[in-house]
Write a protein that binds this ligand. Structure first.
Ligand SMILES: Cc1cc2nc3c(=O)[nH]c(=O)nc-3n(C[C@H](O)[C@H](O)[C@H](O)COP(=O)(O)OP(=O)(O)OC[C@H]3O[C@@H](n4cnc5c(N)ncnc54)[C@H](O)[C@@H]3O)c2cc1C
Length: 501
């Protein structure tokens, strides 16, 4: 089973599930770093808040992340500078730096036990072909008053051609931080519910959120769900990718903490160290592909293991997992009021969303309290940036269009359920309809429609994670059809199986 090191090893919160009707000022859907930090700030400011989490606090992408906090960005600051301008890149670095400072302040204020440390961030090239990228990033970072140094070697056993080191970034256990902060939210102003999945939002005079066992009526709703739930035009500017991770336990070697990123374009990896219970681990993350568009999902784990063993004295791969991120069309996240009145969003974080999630909380706290926020225009969710978005918009939406064409009736392979091995799934054509058929380990067959309940694309079987993944907008469903993540609200429609098949 794939499961992150943080989700496997840390104690959970124990909030109740929603079993009643509640009226509140602000409802937050989602208990990751974005939802919990926003709830914390809003409750502190005196707002009445209800937070509804489908699973457990930090059980989404936050609990699957690497736990790195930095002013830089995955796409590199020099790209932001060339796509936008110097002022924008400087503001990105400064706003992100403030979010990291807020995390540190909260950790210190509440003594949250989450291994928070200030560490350096490194970007390195293994061959001189990528030295230019390093040079550009050195110039950009220095421009934005970050403490930059050029290096020819790293404090981990990776040979480099050139590297940049930026001091004063940070690292923590993301799940422990979010769970710890959730315990410190003013419970006079904020109620938190776990295992309370919102399956519908009704727009009446106010907004009514329904879970299976309760409802919440709110004046304003924040979708802190990583990508907005439901159908939004913005989804044409958000591109879902999956990325892979392993935590390798080391036999020997005790390396200085730091954030280590390489510049490889094909298989970009990020590494960090982590110690727990006397064991030293190295976390290696990398390899990405569009959700639902891969033939051999497990190959990424094999490649990461090879990478870890190439550099380190690995005793075993203790954890492996995968997680999702959403790339924004113009390189910046979308934070603020959505196209629906009184519904706010925070999305498009790429793989930089621990910091952007906290920054979103700072912006949303100001917006909902009627205060001016220095960064709200920069990240405004309703901005229109056709020139900066054009390249990604065209390529990515052509890709989505291709997924629909690929799935026109008659183009799918017909098949029989007998061909499906235990523990595997397959899209099978039955009576001119595509079914997502899963055979569990006992041989029992589970059938559902393969049509994604978000926008009717056909889901793909993910063999590494035993899930149905939608190649269009990134909705993911369990092998038995229940929603895992993404914009879909509803599970895949059940189909009843003809026992002879
Ligand atoms: C492999 C990987 C590594 C990463 N590492 C880093 C890193 O080191 N640093 C960094 O800054 N960023 C990193 N990121 C990005 C970062 O993890 C995410 O951007 C961030 O965690 C998003 O937080 P969130 O709170 O917005 O979303 P999530 O943590 O996904 O939280 C959303 C929550 O909403 C809940 N939810 C969804 N639908 C419903 C519903 N209908 N009802 C109720 N609840 C619902 C989910 O259960 C979930 O808990 C990484 C991403 C990936 C893929």
């Amino acid at each position: 089973m794939t499961r992150s090191i943080w989700k496997s090893t840390d104690p959970k919160n124990n909030f109740p599930s929603l079993n009643e009707h509640i009226n509140t000022e602000i409802a937050i859907i989602g208990g990751g770093i974005t939802g919990v930090t926003t709830a914390y700030l809003l409750a502190k400011s005196g707002k009445k808040v209800v937070l509804l989490e489908a699973g457990t606090i930090s059980g989404g992408t936050t609990g699957d992340s690497t736990g790195n906090l930095y002013a830089m960005v995955d796409k590199r600051l020099h790209h932001i500078q060339s796509k936008w301008d110097e002022e924008t890149a400087a503001n990105v670095a400064r706003s992100r730096g403030e979010a990291v400072d807020l995390v540190e302040e909260l950790v210190n204020k509440y003594q949250i036990d989450c291994s928070f440390k200030r560490v350096p961030w490194y970007l390195f090239s293994e061959t001189d072909q990528k030295d230019e990228t390093i040079e550009k990033e050195i110039a950009a970072a220095a421009n934005y008053r970050l403490k930059v140094e050029e290096l020819q070697e790293l404090p981990v056993p990776v040979k480099v051609s050139k590297a940049i080191k930026v001091e004063g970034q940070a690292q923590f256990n993301p799940a422990a931080f979010v769970r710890g902060l959730a315990e410190k939210i003013d419970d006079g102003n904020c109620q938190i519910y776990e295992n309370s999945e919102v399956y519908h939002i009704q727009k009446e005079e106010e907004l009514v959120l329904s879970t299976i066992t309760g409802t919440v009526t709110a004046k304003k709703v924040i979708l802190a769900t990583h990508t907005p739930k439901g159908i939004y035009g913005l989804q044409t500017a958000l591109y879902p990718y999956r990325e892979y991770a392993i935590a390798a336990k080391l036999n020997s070697g005790d390396f200085p903490d730091g954030i280590y990123w390489d510049t490889e374009a094909d298989f970009h990896t990020s590494m960090r160290t982590y110690s727990k219970g006397g064991d030293n681990f190295v976390l290696v993350l990398g390899g990405h592909h569009k959700v639902g568009q891969e033939d051999d999902y497990s190959r990424f784990f094999r490649k990461l293991e090879q990478q870890a063993r190439k550099y380190f004295d690995v005793s075993e791969i203790s954890y492996e997992w995968s997680a999702q991120h959403y790339k924004p069309a113009d390189g910046l996240p979308y934070i603020g009021e959505s196209s629906d009145d009184n519904i706010y969003i925070a999305t498009g974080f790429s793989t930089d969303g621990l910091t952007y999630g906290v920054l979103s909380a700072m912006i949303l706290d100001d917006l909902l309290n009627g205060r001016k926020n220095e960064w709200s225009d920069l990240y405004k969710a309703s901005r229109f940036t056709p020139v900066k978005s054009a390249k990604n918009f065209i390529n990515e939406n052509l890709n989505v269009a291709k997924q629909y064409i690929k799935d026109l009736p008659g183009k799918a392979e017909a098949g029989s359920f007998d061909e499906i091995a235990a523990g595997q799934g397959k899209v099978v054509e039955v009576d001119n309809e595509k079914w997502a058929v899963f055979k569990d380990d006992t041989g029992q067959v589970h059938c559902q429609s393969a049509v994604c309940t978000h926008m009717d694309c056909i889901v793909d079987w993910n063999d590494a994670e035993k899930s149905w993944d939608c190649p269009c907008h990134g909705s993911r469903f369990k092998a038995t059809g229940e929603v895992i993540e993404g914009p879909a609200f509803s599970p895949l429609d059940k189909r009843s199986m003809n026992p002879k098949k």
